[in-house]
Write a protein that binds this ligand. Sequence first.
Ligand code: PEP
Ligand code: MG
Length: 324
Amino acid sequence: ARRVLSRLKDVPAVTRDGGRITLQANMELPNEVGAVLDSGAEGIGLLRSEFLYMNRDDVPSEDEQYAILKDVVERMGGRTVTVRTFDAGGDKLAPALGCTIGPNPSLGLRAIRLGLARQDLLEAQLAAILRASAHGPVRILIPMIATVGELRATREVMNRVIRRLRKAGVSLPDPLPRLGAMIEIPGAALSADSIAWHADFFAIGTNDLVQYTLAIDRSDEAVAHLYNPLHPAVLRLIQFTTQAAQRANIPVSVCGEMAGDPRYAPLLLGLGLRDLSMSTSNLPVVKNRIRSLDLAAAETLARTVMEQTDSGKIGQLLDGFQGH
Ligand code: PEP
Ligand code: MG
């Protein structure tokens, strides 16, 4: 089976009825570029940049971040690299960023909240990413966006950095990198139609979206059995976000663990998603599943699923789905 899956590397992710799906990779460490390319991923849909700040007491300089990101971009050989700005806090602590463990880290000063509170840190990282974008296609992704205001404020910081770099004679690509929002907070999903006016793209983070929608700590074993991407509320948020992106004509992807599970692929495609990002080890099995199904059948499945009130029944529908 392994050999069959590895032969999938060079075939496209197309459905039986010709629907073209983009499969990209999630990445945590720069040394994973080889695995990303081996998996057949068309790009990096999520480069978690927390590694830059972990296991050290100081913050990485702009130049240090630039060198690492430039290397990743170059080794990806023209494929798009979506760099997410630091998502420290909550389950991802980085002492160098001065994250203190608040009373509830998942709801505390983390991710873009921390970036807007510590704009020196955000500016250094944005500058590094912008400079790396001169070496290949790069997108910039902002984690834990809750409001339109946060995205607008982030764009102002980015524009300030761009002016500073230009003044210093740094060459930047034309067009400049797109600025996108992670949709992983229920309030952001419910206002996705407004946020879409200010975002160049969306990436739906189902790991946190499930956590915050169902009030289930994603790292707490005691409630792990209650963690459920098939809860109708989660599916409605994914559907609303996807439709909001389509109406605003911006790209939308899913980059949470849900995207890497072949069981969910028909449903996500049926809901209108055409771009999935996942860990490289899951990519071949998801591609295999996609190649076995019809988009038309997946859309019918999604319509039936969205009429259900019970996640158990939804699971049965997915397990019984033939694909065509
Ligand atoms: C998510 O929340 O779904 C996501 C992709 O980001 P992370 O797992 O890094 O929080
Ligand atoms: Mg997240």
